[in-house]
Design a protein. Structure first.
Lengths: 332, 284
């Protein structure tokens, strides 16, 4: 829609046929009136948003440059030293070691969340989206059921699933013992090498429905005639999927992937609750590590530096994935 | 919109196979919740001994124990209060700003819209330390004012985004007629435009309801008093406590209590929710 059609000027002329001075007076009075109205309508939002949202976000870039513990007024400007410690390496006993190994572990865990989610969620969402777009019995009900986990509090999901993995009466124990595998002694969440995978599975269970609904809507907007034409030409389901569905939902697919990337970097509540508020080296993610630095260790400057890195990471990865998937979407 | 009704007929074997897969995934989604519902009606010993059986007797006492003993009722009240008050301010303040951004031309309008939109890009925790210190200085830590103010500020980007789109679609003539009749700008907004924007307000309201009712990280940072905990905080705390007391029945009942309102709202507004989730994506 062109801009002029949307922008609606309230100073519409009521004295078109009158002389110039009337027009001028009416105009400036209307202008003053408009300014007052604008101030009335916009100031609550602008003030709240700036003071409690935007300003702290911007301030973070500055706070990240201080050594600052707790609520004490003593803070010391240290430039980029927090970032150097966070991202840097030093040589110890002839080997290159990260100055903050936990940060790198947390980052790796976020990447595991991201890569596994991308590999599992996107194909499954495409599959279920395509299936539900057909005239399938009960497709509306399936869609509603699949989306529901997304509406539950992430805390409830995390608590619920810590019982799926429970060492005494968890359902997973039953499943694996029925095929003759010995469940881990400390429970699935207590064992360093299974805990992360368990949390990734939970996050997929939690989020998949959203991506199904998103892609389903995209697939549904593809005109049926395309598929009919392809059928007449003898294309099978798979061929139709590859040469019609994928190119025509490409834009939404891109969006889904960017969402997924952002969500997996921002993961916090699930991990925090499933680790009983005490993530370890083998379960920390970037934001649980940030939270621990800020609110358990009162290392405010350092924690904020982690926040800045997360911001940059999200920005860079979403830009990169948009760039990588740059390909003209087929216009309908 | 294309008509999809007659999309490809597949053969019966394939159809059955697809139904099987669809039901299988439904079972994966529903099973943990069903298990929870059953477990919430069992005694603690029964959960251990027969975790997969139907409850022998219905232990409704789990619910009263959760509600009164484990403070879930208190948290429930807190959550209701915080959600309703926050939603009121979010929709009111957000609608006023969206109205101004959608219906008036003024210098810097585009820039202001862009600044509001940019809020959807920031990770929640980027500014958490400065925010925490700001709230501490203003005496807004550990009370409702702080939590609600922060919820309103954090939700404005999304709400203004949704509502601006809505106000732009409303016809100009109505507000002009109101102005000629001598109504003030605010009266036009309140009496004429806001009622017309009801579908938009409902859509924004639904998503804010889920956002705030389920919100965890900000509440965790801002609230530490037991008596002020919202439900997600209460449930998280209950999980940690029950690990030592093993009073699982009450914990499961608490979980059912958290999930129930979201289930009800979801069932009522299911169509709007699915449409709302996808509308932005498809038009964007």
């Amino acid at each position: 829609m062109p801009e002029d059609e949307i922008g609606h000027n309230i100073s519409f002329d009521r004295c078109k046929d009158n002389n110039n001075s009337c027009q001028h007076n009416m105009r400036s009075a209307a202008n003053r009136d408009k300014l007052k109205t604008l101030a009335l309508f916009l100031s609550p939002a602008v003030i709240l948003y700036s003071v409690f949202f935007l300003f702290p976000m911007i301030q973070a870039f500055y706070v990240a440059m201080f050594r600052w513990s707790g609520m004490s007024p003593n803070r010391e400007f240290i430039g980029l030293a927090n970032f150097k410690k966070l991202l840097g390496f030093e040589s110890a006993a002839g080997k290159l070691v990260a100055t903050d190994p936990i940060f790198w572990k947390a980052l790796t865990h976020n990447f595991q969340f991201m890569v596994i989610s991308l590999l599992v969620v996107i194909p499954l969402a495409l599959f279920f989206g395509s299936v539900l777009s057909r005239k399938v019995w009960g497709s509306g009900t399936y869609r509603a059921v699949y989306l529901f986990p997304n509406m539950i509090s992430v805390v409830a999901v995390a608590v619920l699933w810590s019982f799926v993995y429970h060492p005494q009466f968890g359902v997973l124990n039953l499943l694996v013992s029925s095929v003759g595998i010995q469940p881990p002694h400390n429970g699935w969440l207590g064992e360093p090498n299974t805990a992360l995978t368990c949390m990734i599975v939970t996050s997929i269970w939690y989020g998949l429905g959203f991506y199904i609904v998103l892609l389903l809507a995209g697939i549904q907007s593809i005109p049926n005639t395309y598929y009919e034409a392809a059928s007449i030409d003898g294309a099978g389901s798979w061929q139709q999927f590859i040469s019609i569905t994928i190119p025509l939902v490409w834009d939404i697919l891109k969006l889904a992937i960017v969402y997924l990337v952002i969500n997996t970097i921002n993961i916090f509540g699930l991990v925090y609750v499933m680790t009983d508020a005490h993530p370890t080296e083998s379960t920390h993610t970037l934001l649980t590590y940030l939270y621990q630095k800020a609110f358990s260790e009162s290392d405010f400057g350092y924690a904020t530096a982690i926040g800045v890195v997360v911001f940059v990471l999200i920005f860079a990865i979403s830009m990169a994935s948009l760039r990588l998937m740059k390909r003209e979407a087929v216009e309908l | 919109m294309a008509a999809l009704n007659s999309r490809r007929k597949s053969n019966p074997v394939k159809r059955t196979l697809l139904q099987f897969v669809l039901i299988l995934y439904s079972a994966i989604v529903v099973y943990p919740m069903l298990w929870l519902l059953l477990a919430s009606l069992k005694g603690s010993a029964e959960i251990f001994e027969h975790p997969w059986a139907m409850p022998k007797a219905l232990h409704w006492s789990n619910f009263s124990e959760a509600w009164y003993g484990a403070q879930v009722g208190k948290c429930f009240g807190n959550s209701i209060f915080v959600t309703i008050v926050s939603m009121f301010f979010i929709l009111f303040i957000g609608a006023m700003a969206a109205y101004a951004l959608a219906r008036f031309t003024f210098k810097g309008r585009e820039a202001m819209s862009a600044v509001f939109m940019s809020g959807m890009m920031f990770p929640v925790f980027l500014g958490i330390v400065p925010l925490y210190l700001l709230l501490a200085n203003l005496g807004m830590l550990d009370n409702y004012y702080g939590l609600i103010t922060v919820y309103v500020a954090y939700s404005l980007s999304f709400t203004i985004f949704v509502l601006t789109g809505f106000f732009k679609t409303l016809p100009h003539e109505l507000s002009e007629a109101g102005m000629i009749d001598g109504c003030s700008n605010f009266t036009v907004f309140w009496r004429i435009m806001l009622p017309l924007a009801k579908p938009g307000l409902i859509a924004a309201g639904i998503f804010n309801f889920f956002g705030i009712w389920n919100e965890f990280p900000l509440a965790l940072v801002i609230i530490s008093k037991d008596s002020l905990r919202t439900l997600p905080l209460g449930i998280q705390n209950l999980l940690m406590v029950e690990h030592y007391q093993a009073n699982w029945g009450a914990l499961f009942a608490g979980l059912v209590i958290v999930m129930l309102p979201t289930l009800i709202v979801y069932l009522i507004f299911q169509r709007q929710i699915t449409e709302g989730l996808t509308a932005g994506a498809l038009k964007g």
